[in-house]
Design a protein around this ligand. Structure first.
Ligand SMILES: [Zn+2]
Length: 537
């Protein structure tokens, strides 16, 4: 929607007032009485486009109000990383009307310097000079968690961490479906400070479907509930094809936690799975004997044993076969969301246990949940050894190579964190995931593409999300630094860091609503310290 002529004139008046005063309050009134407008109409130069104003008026614009969607927001002078893997470009002005990006205008830096740049008008603006803008991050593997091991945990904690680190969309892959469906609606309506949700419900709830008829019925039941997709665990071959076929018929996408099961990556490829979560089923499909060399007392239900032996799985994949498996996945249209971060404690337990963020950002419920305890999923470290870590380091090396080869062969790599387990904290986990994609050998432009355009493609939202592009939903992150140089700019700035305080997210914009990211993170710190005081009483 173009700005009205009155809108343009209001801005000219602000410009006049600027010339008579050195100091202009950020809150300078934007509404001008009609009578004054009428007198200005006679004298104002109205030949220029209503959308463009001279640079001298910029300081008179209003800063965003945290959590309030302006009618027209302009992010000024940003270096833009579009999200599709193309190089950074700027400075640019990004125009957002309502919840959509409507225009992106390249600015001549020389014209900015000498004050002749024509800039789009705005109700509200963010000065992004010296800052980078990237698409809102999509967390492809999240779990909405309002409790850990029976202890209540505030959703506000999780949501503010996500938004505070630039996560604007979460694909929820199994939680309490009815609750998360409500949150999805409330987030869309702007009633809750939270990312967008895509709800992938657990397929195998009790009673677990026993045959093709029951399997297809379960998929239809979930469709009736209004979910966006399915989350599979531990599938057998006889129902796998029918479930994926029925899901396709019902317009549901499918994320499969691919463990060591009867079905592996080749079955996923043959039946058109949407995304393979984690990894086990990839090397498992490339073992010449068809089964890993387990010790005779191996029990898959024993988490300590399972994670220990998982650290010896990639080395058993036969390299030539592995390439065939990766090719089959590409041909079958299966995307891969490796969730590298969620296994990192296995290769370096001390790092996991002593992350500097914990002091201020680790909620006591999560702290308790992460401690070794066989009743909590993923806390299997009671007897973790240097030998386990050495195997896991080798495991990662082969895994990194496989993910790189998969993309080189044409595969779509996504990015998700799976936080709330194994020493990964919401938001921090996704940024760590990005760092691990870089460690795997991907250039940072591709890493950011994994978490934006690729994830949007996997969600089937490639025309709405994951790019800084006119027509797309206004989900954006304004960063105090260059993420192509340092992905750590997404983390909260740390005064005590050896590498310096870092940048941090300045603004997270979700659905056209700007959030002051550092304010959200401050509120998380307050929430955590209050909870700690409560739990120590
Ligand atoms: Zn998970």
């Amino acid at each position: 929607m173009p700005a009205s002529p009155f809108h343009f004139l209001r801005i000219r008046i602000m410009a006049f007032s600027l010339t008579t005063s050195c100091f202009v309050a950020r809150s300078a009134p934007r509404r001008v009485p009609r009578a004054i407008l009428a007198t200005v109409v006679a004298s104002a130069m109205v030949s220029t486009s209503a959308l463009l104003v001279a640079a001298d008026v910029l300081a008179a614009q209003t800063a965003p109000t945290h959590g309030v969607r302006p009618r027209r927001l302009v992010i000024r002078g940003a270096i833009v990383v579009e999200g599709n893997g193309t190089p950074a470009e700027g400075p640019k002005d990004i125009i957002i009307e309502g919840n959509r990006i409507t225009q992106i205008v390249g600015i001549d830096p020389a014209a900015i310097r000498n004050g002749t740049a024509r800039r789009p008008a705005a109700d509200v603006e963010i000065d992004a000079s010296g800052k980078y803008v990237v698409p809102g991050l999509i967390n492809l593997h999240g779990h909405v968690q309002d409790e850990r091991a029976g202890q209540a945990q505030p959703l506000e904690y999780q949501f503010k961490l996500w938004l505070g680190m630039g996560v604007t969309t979460v694909r929820d892959v199994s939680s309490e479906t009815p609750k998360t469906l409500q949150l999805r609606a409330r987030s869309l309506a702007g009633e809750v400070m939270a990312p967008r949700f895509y709800v992938y419900a657990r397929y195998a709830y009790m009673p677990v479907p026993r045959n093709e008829v029951e399997a297809r019925q379960r998929v239809r039941d979930l469709k009736t509930q209004g979910v966006d997709g399915l989350k599979l665990f531990g599938m057998d071959k006889d129902v796998y094809g029918p479930v994926l076929d029925e899901a396709k018929k019902q317009g549901l996408r499918v994320a499969h936690h691919m463990a060591v099961d009867e079905t592996n990556a080749l079955d996923a490829a043959a039946n058109g799975l949407t995304s393979l979560e984690h990894w086990y089923g990839v090397p498992d499909a490339a073992i010449p004997d068809g089964v890993q060399q387990f010790p005779s007392n191996f029990n898959y239900a024993d988490e300590g044993m399972r994670f220990r032996l998982a650290g010896r799985l990639w080395r058993e994949a036969e390299p030539a076969r592995l390439q065939e498996v990766l090719k089959a996945m590409v041909k079958g249209g299966v995307a891969w969301n490796p969730t590298l971060d969620i296994y990192e404690a296995s290769r370096d337990l001390q790092r996991a246990e002593t992350q500097p963020w914990y002091a201020q950002y680790l909620h006591p419920t999560l702290e308790k949940y992460f401690k070794p305890d066989l009743s909590n999923h993923g806390s299997y470290f009671a007897n973790w050894s240097s030998t386990d870590e050495a195997f896991w380091k080798e495991n990662y090396r082969i895994w990194f190579g496989a993910v790189r080869d998969f993309e080189r062969l044409g595969g779509v790599v996504g990015a998700g964190e799976d936080a709330g387990f194994i020493y990964q904290v919401y938001g921090f986990g996704l940024i760590r995931e990005l760092e691990l994609h870089q460690e795997a050998g991907f250039p940072t432009l591709k890493v950011l593409q994994h978490a934006t355009a690729n994830n949007a493609l996997i969600l089937g939202q490639q025309e709405n999300l994951g790019r800084v592009r006119p027509g797309y939903l206004a989900d954006l992150v304004v960063l105090n630094g260059n993420p192509l140089e340092d992905l750590k700019v997404f983390y909260p700035p740390r005064a005590d860091a050896a590498a310096g305080p870092g940048g941090g997210v300045a603004w997270t914009i979700k659905d056209g609503i700007p959030y002051d990211a550092q304010r959200l993170l401050r509120e998380v710190r307050e929430l955590v310290s209050t909870a700690k005081r409560g739990s120590s009483r």
